[in-house]
Design a protein around this ligand. Structure first.
Ligand code: GDP
Length: 440
C-alpha cells in the first residue's frame, strides 16, 4: 500500500540530500517535487498546495537551525505536517451509559459498508460490548442476507424485517436493543452508486427520527478524490462524526487518507486493511506518516505481533534485534509467526528496513514468502546463524535445494544484513531520528 506516494515523496526528499546549506532555491525545488508527489498520489489540489505552503512556512521559521542538514529539516517538517494533516484522531467509540449508543453507518454501494458494520461489531464485541446489527440497507438486494451471514459468523444478533421502510426498521431495532440489553446499535443504512437526493433524504430521515449518537461514513480509499468528494457531500447532509476508510490494503496512492480530514474536517477513525472481519485498525496518523516516508510502521507491527506472539519470546527476539544478534534462524521463526498473523503484504510493509521491498511490485506475497522460506530451509542451522560463511559453493547448493538462482540467495542475505543493521541502529533512537536515518 501507498507505494506511489512513498516513491514520490522519497525521491523528492532524497533530491534534497547532500546539500549542506539550506537555501531558498534548493528548498523550493524540493517542495515542488513534494507537491508533484502529492498530486500523483491523488491528493486534492488545494490540500497539496496548502500542505506545501505549511511545510515552507515551517521550514523558513526554522532556518536558524544551521547545524541541521536541509534534508533532515525538511523530512522532519514533512513528517510533522503529514501527521497534522491526518490528525489528531481519537479512535475510541464513545458509548452512552444507561441507553444504547446508536451508530449510523452510511456510504456508497461497494464502499465496504456492510463488511465494516460486521468488523465494527466484532471489535466492540471483543471489547466486552453487546452490539446489535441492523439491516437497514433496503436498496441493495443482497445486503440483508450479507449482514445476516456476518452476524451468524460473529455470533452477534442481527435485526432485520421484510419491510420497505428503513426508518421503521431502525425504530423497531431500538426496541429490540432495549429488550435484549444490547448497548450498541449499528445501523447498516442504504447506499447507492452515487450520492443523490433520494439517498440523502432517506438518510436524513433516519437521522431525524432515530437520532443516532454518531454518524460514520464508510469510504473506499481506492476511489481517491471521489471518496473525498462523497465524504464532503455526506458531511454536508449529515454532519459526520467520523470516517472509516476501507481497502487501504489495496491503495497504492493514499490520496483519500491524506485529503479527507483537511477537506471535510472529519477525522478518519479506523481503516479497513482487508476483507476479513478482523482487518479493521485504528487510524494512526503518525504510523501512517512514517509508513509514507518509508520507515515502516513499527508500532502497528508490534500491536499485531503482540496478538500472535507470546510476550517472553517477543522480548527475547527484540533483545536480539537490539544487540544485532538476530540471525537467519530467528528470521525463519519470525516468518512462521508472520504466517499466522494475517495478510502477508501488509505485515511485511510494516516491517522497518523495507522488508516489504523484498517483494516485487506484482509479486504474490505468499509465493514470495514460500521462496524465502525455501532458501532458509536449504541452509544449515550454522549457515543461518552465521550467514558470513555462505560463499559461492554454499550459495549454489542452497539455490539448488530451494529452486532459485544463486544471486537470489545473495539478495536475501544482503537484504537481511541491511535490515538487521537498521534495526540495531534504530533500537535506541527516537521516532524522528529513526526516520531521518532512513530517509535523510
Ligand atoms: P457495501 O456495498 O458498501 O455494503 O460493500 P460490501 O461490504 O459488500 O463490500 C464490497 C467489497 O469490498 C466486498 O468484496 C468486501 O469484501 C470488500 N471490502 C470491504 N472492506 C475491505 C477492505 O478493507 N479491504 C479490502 N481489500 N476489501 C474490502
Amino acid at each position: 500500500m501507498f507505494e506511489t506516494i512513498q516513491q514520490g515523496l522519497g525521491s523528492a526528499l532524497k533530491s534534497l540530500r547532500g546539500g549542506t546549506r539550506f537555501t531558498e532555491a534548493n528548498m523550493r525545488e524540493g517542495l515542488r517535487s513534494v507537491r508533484r508527489a502529492l498530486l500523483e498520489a491523488d491528493v486534492q489540489l488545494d490540500v497539496a498546495n496548502t500542505f506545501v505552503t505549511r511545510v515552507e512556512e515551517a521550514a523558513l521559521g526554522r532556518e536558524v537551525l544551521k547545524s541541521v542538514r536541509p534534508s533532515e529539516q525538511i523530512v522532519q517538517i514533512v513528517y510533522e505536517e503529514l501527521v497534522n494533516l491526518m490528525g489528531p484522531v481519537d479512535s475510541s467509540i464513545r458509548l452512552n451509559s444507561g441507553r444504547p449508543t446508536v451508530l449510523m453507518m452510511c456510504g456508497l454501494q461497494g464502499s465496504g459498508k456492510t463488511t465494516t458494520c460486521g468488523k465494527l461489531a466484532r471489535m466492540l464485541h471483543s471489547q466486552g460490548q453487546h452490539p446489535l446489527l441492523v439491516a437497514a440497507d433496503l436498496q441493495r438486494p443482497a445486503a440483508i442476507e450479507q449482514l445476516k451471514v456476518l452476524g451468524e459468523q460473529l455470533g452477534i444478533p442481527v435485526h432485520f424485517e421484510d419491510s420497505k421502510n428503513p426508518v421503521s426498521v431502525c425504530q423497531n431495532a431500538m426496541k429490540v436493543a432495549k429488550s435484549q440489553s444490547r448497548n450498541v446499535v449499528i445501523l447498516d443504512t442504504a447506499g447507492r452508486l452515487h450520492v443523490d437526493d433520494e439517498l440523502m433524504k432517506e438518510l436524513e430521515q433516519i437521522d431525524r427520527k432515530v437520532g443516532p449518537d454518531q454518524c460514520i461514513l464508510v469510504a473506499d480509499s481506492m476511489t481517491g478524490q471521489d471518496a473525498v468528494q462523497s465524504a464532503k457531500s455526506f458531511n454536508d447532509a449529515l454532519e459526520l462524526d467520523a470516517v472509516i476508510l476501507t481497502k487501504l490494503d489495496g491503495d497504492a496512492r493514499g490520496g483519500a487518507a491524506l485529503s479527507i480530514k483537511e477537506v471535510t474536517g472529519v477525522p478518519i477513525k479506523f481503516v479497513g486493511m482487508g476483507e476479513k472481519l478482523d482487518a479493521l485498525e485504528p487510524f494512526r496518523p503518525d504510523g501512517m506518516a512514517s509508513r509514507i516516508l518509508g520507515m515502516g510502521d513499527v508500532l502497528s507491527l508490534v500491536e499485531k505481533a503482540q496478538e500472535a506472539i507470546d510476550e517472553e519470546e517477543a522480548l527475547r527476539q527484540q533483545e536480539k534485534m537490539e544487540r544485532g544478534k538476530f540471525d537467519l534462524n530467528d528470521f525463519r521463526t519470525q516468518l512462521e509467526r508472520i504466517g499466522q498473523m494475517g495478510s502477508m503484504r501488509s505485515l511485511l510493509e510494516m516491517m522497518p528496513g523495507g522488508l516489504g521491498n523484498m517483494l516485487g511490485e506484482d509479486a504474490d506475497p505468499e509465493q514470495e514468502l514460500k521462496r524465502v522460506r525455501a532458501m532458509l530451509d536449504s541452509m544449515t542451522p550454522h549457515e543461518r546463524a552465521q550467514p558470513d560463511v555462505i560463499g559461492a559453493s554454499r550459495r549454489r547448493r542452497i539455490a539448488l535445494g530451494s529452486g532459485v538462482q544463486p544471486h537470489e540467495v545473495n539478495g536475501l542475505i544482503k537484504q537481511f544484513e541491511q535490515m538487521r543493521g537498521v534495526m540495531k541502529q534504530m533500537s535506541n533512537m527516537s521516532m524522528m531520528d529513526r526516520m531521518k536515518k532512513l530517509v535523510g
